[in-house]
Design a protein around this ligand. Structure first.
Ligand code: IPE
Ligand code: IPE
Ligand code: MG
Length: 232
């Protein structure tokens, strides 16, 4: 039986449908979805999870309506301003992965303040993937690797070397990936990193994914037999 996953990654999907089913604008679903994050972070920390990575905004999500994009940016900003104090008191260390240069100046500043404010914390590492894409991550890693090489030699570009330059270099690969909202796809999340991750898909929409649902996912994870390509 597996123990508690060290690293859980989540594709938080289904906010829009949750709201639409209630004849409310999609943005209401995003607000409800964001409000539930604190309980889940605390629950995971209590269970002994070391890393929690949340997919908040993909490189493709810019194609949504201006109203929806600006609501999502506003929620992120609000989260950084209001929630960070609570998270910090709980020992949470925040990380942000993705192309943050694509965000407004104000949001970029809030992000760096929040990173600084929680940098010395030693509890669970909460990584928010924002303007993140798995393909972006890989290309970005190779570009960063090239920039460190005075005379680039492709022989030196090993898997370990690429991994060191990925935005996720601060943590192990996810043990468990959860996707809420019923879709069974990766949608350009951690493409490189999910090589041997256990995949848990649930129809529960993100605004309804509470600690009870998380406990079910953890129970399911414990029943999986991980082989990593070995015969067993
Ligand atoms: C996930 O919920 C949140 C983001 C992608 C930012 P959606 O907004 O994708 O909700 P559905 O999938 O349309 O229900
Ligand atoms: C994935 O959800 C992105 C996030 C949860 C941030 P999407 O709703 O964007 O994915 P698709 O479009 O259904 O694949
Ligand atoms: Mg969706």
């Amino acid at each position: 039986m597996n123990s508690v996953p060290q690293h859980i990654a989540i594709i938080m999907d289904g906010n829009g449908r949750w709201a639409q089913m209630r004849h409310m604008p999609r943005t209401v679903g995003h607000a409800k979805g964001a409000a539930g994050v604190r309980d889940l972070v605390e629950f995971c920390a209590r269970k002994g999870v070391k890393y929690l990575t949340l997919f908040a905004f993909s490189t493709e999500n810019w194609s949504r309506s201006e109203e929806e994009v600006s609501t999502l940016m506003g929620l992120f900003l609000n989260y950084l301003e209001k929630e960070i104090k609570n998270l910090s008191q709980a020992g949470v260390r925040l990380q942000v992965i993705g192309d943050v240069a694509g965000f407004s100046q104000e949001l970029q500043e809030r992000i760096s303040e929040a990173l600084k404010a929680t940098a010395a914390n030693e509890g669970i590492v909460l990584t928010v993937a924002a303007n993140y894409g798995g393909r972006w991550d890989i290309v970005h890693a190779v570009k960063r690797w090239l920039a460190t090489q005075p005379q680039p030699d492709a022989q030196g570009l090993t898997q370990e070397e690429v991994a060191k330059f990925l935005s996720t270099a601060h943590m192990p690969d996810p043990d468990l990936l959860i996707r809420t909202g019923g879709e069974q796809r990766i949608s350009n999340f951690l493409l490189w990193q999910v090589t041997y991750t256990e995949l848990y898909f649930t129809n529960v929409l993100w605004p309804e994914f509470d600690p009870i649902q998380m406990a079910l996912a953890l129970e399911w994870y414990q029943t999986r037999q991980r082989r990593f390509g070995q015969a067993k």
